[in-house]
Structures are given as C-alpha cells and as structure tokens.
Write a protein that binds this ligand. Structure first.
Ligand code: 13P
Length: 251
C-alpha cells in the first residue's frame, strides 16, 4: 500500500522566524493526521530551525533543490550531505521553475537525483508539460522524455522509493487545476512508463503526486483518483489553515 504524501513547496517565501511561526500554528491542526505523510520544503535558510521544530511531529523536512557534488568551489550551492545533516528527508528536484529560470535539463536533474539517492535523500522529482505542449497534444511524449531522462541509470529499488510529482506548468500558480480525470490520466501514464522501465513492482511502489493549484476545495477529489498518491502544494501551503485543510482532505 502506498502511503499518500502531501508536501508543501514554499518556493522563495518566508523568513526563518516566519517558518517557525507557521509550524507552531500548523502542528495542532494536523496532529490527528495518520492517513498521509506530511512534508514541508522551505527555503534553505529555514531548514536548520525547522528540523528541531518538527522533531516528534511526524512532519518531514525537505529542500527545494541542491547541487550534485559533495563539496567544492561551487559558490552559492548546497550539497546533498548538507541537506541530510540539516535534517532533510526529501528534496524537490527538477521543478519547472528550476527548468525554466535556471536552465535545468533532464541530464542535470538526473545527476541531482542520483546524488540525492546516494546520500539517502528521497527525491520528489517533478515533471510536466507547458500549455503549448498540451495544446499541441504532446503531453505524454514530453512527460515520457522527462521521466526516462530523469531516471536514466537509476536502479529499480531506488526508483521504487522515489516520489514523482506531475505538475502541468500551465496549472502552477494560475488557479487552473488540471481536472482530476486529466491528472489521473497523465499520472497513470507515468506509472506505466515506470513499469516499462522497471517492471510492475517498482511501478506499484513509486508514489505519484499531482501539483498545480491544489487547494482545500479540490484536494479531496484529486486524492480520490486511484493513481494519485499525494499533492505537491505551492501557494496554498503558505498558510497553515489551508495547508492543514489539504492534509486533512478525507475529513
Ligand atoms: P501552486 O500550488 O501555487 O500552483 O504551485 C504548485 C507548485 O509548483 C508546487 O511545486
């Protein structure tokens, strides 16, 4: 049985003090949630303060990016080992904003995924098509290329413990959610690609999230789809009440 996973991607929002305040407010709101794993992915500057704030809550910590090298003269970069030492269990890799604004290719993302896995971090690996690609009808080709490129050279057992987030770029921050049927269709396609690459065992175990304008009002329907195992939430994860409502989607 795949445990659902709801992750908040804070992007470039919140100071460390605001992050601590958020966790203080969130904790009582999700204290009863046993049905899913909860992850918060703040900016790097909040990781060290949130690790102790989250201890004992069952809420996991994740980062939003990292470099693949262990250490060296790479000004401005953060290594996988540094994230583990800061208390991270997860790291978001290949987010469309990294692809778009920082030139991350499938090959770069693949190097990062390998480095994360070697260091015991679980990648939340993001894929998704742009609006023009959806309109051209090439969504599955685009997503297949991203998935196979990102997973190149990765062993079946590692692929099985990863999280893959399907985030259609046109649905991110726009208020336009993919319909739950459309999201399910692409996400079940992704599970099929994992099956082609690794066989049914890994395909059955890999957790697949939907991301893109997930809100309290649509979380339950999305989470009800048989191949959707969670959500990667941007804007609505910045407020403890709305994030808790998404986490508590069955209620
Ligand atoms: P929004 O939930 O703000 O659309 O962002 C989605 C996202 O990019 C999460 O990684």
């Amino acid at each position: 049985m795949r445990q659902p996973i709801i992750a908040g991607n804070w992007k470039m929002y919140k100071t460390a003090a605001e992050a601590v305040e958020f966790v203080r407010d969130l904790k009582p709101l999700v204290a009863g949630a046993r049905h899913c794993e909860i992850v918060i992915c703040p900016p790097y500057t909040s990781l060290e303060v949130l690790a102790p704030a989250l201890a004992g809550t069952g809420i996991s910590l994740g980062a939003q990016n990292m470099f693949w090298e262990a250490e060296g003269a790479y000004t401005g970069e953060i290594s996988p080992g540094m994230l583990s030492a800061a208390g991270c269990r997860y790291v978001i890799l290949g987010h469309s904003e990294r692809r778009e604004y920082f030139g991350e290719s499938d090959e770069i993302i693949n190097r990062k995924i390998k480095a994360a896995l070697i260091n015991g971090l679980i990648p939340i690996f993001c894929v998704g098509e742009k609006l023009a690609q959806r309109e051209e009808g090439v969504t599955t080709q685009v997503v297949r290329k991203q998935v196979t490129g990102g997973l190149a050279g990765i062993a079946a057992a590692d692929a099985a413990r990863m999280v893959i987030a399907y985030e259609p770029v046109w649905a991110i921050g726009t208020g336009k959610t993919s319909s739950s049927q459309d999201a399910e269709e692409v996400i079940s396609f992704i599970r099929g690609v994992v099956e082609e690459l690794y066989g049914p065992g890994s395909a059955a175990d890999v957790r697949l999230q939907y991301g893109g304008s997930v809100k309290p009002g649509n979380a339950r329907e999305l989470m009800g789809m048989s191949n959707i195992d969670g959500a990667l939430v941007g804007g609505a994860s910045l407020d403890p009440v709305s994030f808790a409502q998404i986490v508590n989607y069955p209620a």
